[in-house]
Design a protein around this ligand. Structure first.
Ligand code: COA
Length: 347
């Protein structure tokens, strides 16, 4: 029997381009591989040998190319990755393809967790993921822009060898916001001269560990390279906050900016531990949100909060974010897996 997944090459990419598209337009149609043509093939050549993902062609029993799927954004420290269902065949073949991807992720690559973010109006992909053992962990309100306006996204996840808990958190009340904005802060785009502070904060375990996506030490060179690449990448803005008297306080980043969907992911910290718990986090959050919804032009900001980070959760809720779900064992902090709480705020 022909296995459902085979290695991808330029010839298979051409075969896949000829396949008809089906269903509501999907966000992954923006993916370089989905666009087809010479640019897709060039992107694929550049991606060969990548350590953060791999793509496969889905073949039907007769050996004909029927779809294109992959595993992307592999983070080897927490061992998590995202499925890219670029062209998933409908029905049983789609289910078999997702199951085969899960097998690659867990058995071959030794990942601990996989997830996929799918618009709610793509039932074939959602059914295939559910059939392969994924569970809906969060509903991200208005996360994608589609031809008929905003639509919700479902965040589906599966954990290797465990029946995880899909638990929500009690709501604090619809969109409640504390009155007032807290102490005054000055927020400005982060500059090279600020790196000495962010670098020190970033490597202090109290600030570093909650930064669950990259909870490890950064060298000064890595910090500089990150800042130099910001403008070129265009998917992130970083800000630095000072008190009215000029004392450095903290920073805020809006990452993974999607122009098409108007979304961004918030990361922030009050860098000086002695300044926490005085309302400055709220001021910083409010100032960064002003930029996100104002000059960046987003319509939705979301965050992933480690489940033990009560200060972060308390602060984002105070800013009006709502809890949208829980991603089981999504992060590893200090060697311990922990859940991520998905929070979101739409304009
Ligand atoms: C998360 C963080 C930015 C919050 O800033 P802060 O200055 O400590 O928070 P504030 O004093 O402004 O408090 C804001 C709100 O959060 C709540 N809060 C603060 N600490 C809390 C705690 N430990 N438990 C529960 N709620 C808490 C406050 O009650 C307040 O709510 P209110 O406005 O309804 O009164 C700060 O603690 C921090 O930098 N932590 C380390 C880095 C981090 O975790 N970053 C987030 C990763 S993306």
């Amino acid at each position: 029997m022909i296995p459902p997944l085979a290695g991808l090459d330029g010839a298979a990419l051409r075969e896949i381009e000829a396949l008809p598209r089906r269903g509501a337009p999907a966000p992954w149609e923006d993916h370089p591989l989905s666009r087809g043509g010479a640019r897709a093939r060039a992107w694929f050549r550049g991606h060969l040998g990548s350590r953060t993902g791999q793509f496969f062609v889905v073949r039907d029993p007769a050996g004909t190319a029927a779809g294109l799927v992959g595993i992307e954004s592999v983070a080897w420290v927490p061992r998590v990755a995202e499925l890219a269902l670029l062209r998933l065949p409908a029905g049983r073949r789609g289910i078999a393809a997702v199951r085969a991807l899960v097998q690659v992720g867990f058995a071959d690559w030794n990942l601990a967790r996989l997830h996929a973010v799918v618009p709610e109006d793509r039932p074939a992909e959602i059914r295939a993921l559910l059939a392969a053992g994924f569970r809906i962990e969060a509903r991200m309100r208005g996360h994608f822009r589609g031809p008929r306006g905003r639509r919700d996204a479902l965040w589906l996840g599966v954990v290797a060898g465990a029946r995880g808990e899909a638990a929500g958190l009690p709501r604090r009340g619809p969109g409640t916001r504390s009155a007032g904005r807290g102490p005054e802060l000055r927020l400005a785009p982060l500059r090279r001269a600020d790196l000495a502070h962010t670098h020190r904060w970033r490597n202090d375990p109290e600030t570093r560990d909650p930064l669950v996506a990259k909870p490890f030490f950064l060298t000064p060179e890595e910090s500089r390279r990150w800042l130099t690449g910001l403008a070129r990448r265009g998917t992130e803005r970083a800000y630095f906050a000072r008190l009215a008297d000029g004392r450095p306080v903290g920073y805020g980043r809006v990452k993974e900016i999607s122009r098409r969907h108007g979304t961004g992911l918030l990361e922030w910290a009050i860098g000086e531990p002695g300044l926490r718990g005085r309302g400055l986090g709220r001021s910083l959050g409010a100032a960064v949100l002003d930029r996100a919804f104002g000059e960046i032009g987003l319509r939705r900001v979301y965050g992933l909060v480690a489940d033990w980070n009560a200060a972060n959760l308390g602060c984002v809720r105070s800013l009006g974010f709502e809890v949208e779900g829980r991603l089981r064992r999504h992060f590893v902090v200090a060697g311990r897996p922990c859940d991520a709480i998905v929070v979101g705020l739409a304009r």
